[in-house]
Design a protein around this ligand. Sequence first.
Ligand code: TPP
Ligand code: MG
Length: 285
Amino acid sequence: MSASHALGVSDRELMIKSLEYRKDVLRIISHAGAGHTGGSLSSIDILNVLYNRVMRISPARFDQPDRDRYIQSKGHCVEALYVVLADLGFFPRSQLTTLCEYGSHFIGHPTRKVPGVEHNTGALGHGLAFGVGLALGLRHDDLRNRVFVLLGDGELAEGSVWEAAMAAAHYELDQLVAIVDRNRLQITGPTKDVLSSEPLESKFGAFGWHVRTVDGHNVAALTNALTVPPPQGKPMVLLADTIKGKGVSFMEGVLKWHHGVPDVDEYRRAMEELGAALRQVGGHQ
Ligand SMILES: Cc1ncc(C[n+]2csc(CCOP(=O)(O)OP(=O)(O)O)c2C)c(N)n1
Ligand SMILES: [Mg+2]
């Protein structure tokens, strides 16, 4: 992948955005005193590439039937979604710090009361089935738009995910893309210990899906995997290998940051690290 991209934003610009998004995620979680830090940081590069490069979606077109759809089935990591939607102009950035405030629509899980949110989620295991319905509806209306559903690897313990997976293959929904944020941790421990769903490559393959595995923090690889169409008639799953807490050394792969909130000193150290990373890629801080 070259430094610049046909869709107008370069890999470097995306990398800078990811670091700024990470800072925003930490800023709003620290301000609120609550949030899902680890899984927001593991999924932010995926959201970045989807919203800034892959999906046909914008505040101006959000009411158009021929927009692409994004469903965040791992709804607990809503902070990642909020910061990206704010950056795209769905609402003023100043609203981000109302997260979890009494009366604010910016609650701890996605709600359609927030501009740009397609579907309410939070109870794990529902997003893929909803995506199947959306993809069927689009096809019924002769629309070729794509539906992207982000799932957690722990979420795959929900049986409803696999019912939806069967239906997607049965109905040959090649407009549907599932993305698994495979950070290998869930809420109470490593996913393989709590309830393993591996090996995911062969499992999704056996369910009739086209499977791609990708480094979920590499914006060029993510772009490629999300833009090259799957074989006709096959739903596609992207197994995105990620690190929970990615970008902050003391959060990476550490269980307590699933919904850990940094204290004052941790916040300062995290922001310093991200600031140093920003300077390295040549962004502001
Ligand atoms: C149906 C349901 N059961 C339990 C929970 C509680 N819960 C919230 S987050 C989580 C773990 C999710 O892990 P994973 O899908 O791997 O997400 P990530 O690692 O990206 O945070 C659980 C069990 C829930 N939100 N919904
Ligand atoms: Mg996980």
